[in-house]
Design a protein around this ligand. Sequence first.
Ligand code: DAH
Length: 337
Amino acid sequence: MIDQLNAILKDAEGTIAQASDLKILEELRVKYLGKSGAVTEMMKGLGQVPADQKPQIGKVSNEVKNKITALLDQKVQEMEAKAEQVAPAGWDPTLPGRRLTAGGIHPLTAVQKDIADIFRGLGFDIAEGPDLETDYYNFLALNFPPDHPARDAQDTFYVKDRVLRTHTSPIQVRQMENKKPPFKFIAPGRVYRNESIDATHHHIFHQVEGFLVDEGVQFSHLKGILNVFFQKFFGNEIKTRFRPSFFPFTEPSAEVDISCIFCAGKGCRICKQSGWVEMMGCGMIDPAVLKNCKIDDERYTGFAFGMGVERIALFKYGIDDIRLFYQNDIRFLEQFQ
Ligand code: DAH
């Protein structure tokens, strides 16, 4: 009987060691220690054992039972510990983790900030004005005669007796009227024009206005400031060129071109082979505008300029369609992070 018990133990050691899951271990527990398990059956037979052998056989059967119990318990523990480490099916730990996407600054906001930073470095303050303007600030105070074509309903959105500002120039008037010079401001803002949308036009876009009024301000100061601005923004190699133009609120007026940043002025598709691209309007503030702001136009002179943020952003990033700025397509915006 002792041999039989030892054989059961040996068998159990082998099968338990090889058991590959908890279900098999449970089956083994039944096989050896269950109601009709091998060890249990042996212990039931103890009754027929001669009395002198009983204590020894009883002792060995208890030992075998305890050993098998311990082996089973230990194996269960091992398996449970391992299960915690083992990944769920289908999970591949060698794959890279999922990338967390963070929001970025919109390219138009970034460009507007770059512009503002440069002018702030040159001592300009920042001013703002309302999007919904009166005819007076948007046009009349800026020396637009009542029959000027820019007032045409084709260009201007009217809202009852107001207009959605068509440019940021009215901020000049709001800043200067009834206040004493000197003035040195830039004024960023959204502007509105009744235009159909295409690759280069949108009915809502952004401008940055700039103006400086003091004693002795000359056109050369304007040129100097704008040269510095474009070189800081696009690079030191950038050249500027001022072409005579017309705006009701400046006299003389000019349009500013910069040497084409794509071909360094050699001539390409973007600059239509001219080597120059138009960047903004500017001029010496018309004395009539200063008068409207109750500024002594004999004593003070000033310059002003206005640029389109979208246009500058198109050139900075080499983008050829203004609509991309407003579609909020993540694939486009992600490139500016
Ligand atoms: N307001 C003009 C526009 O929207 C831009 C402009 C031109 C602004 C000349 C100025 C300036 O201050 O001096 O087209």
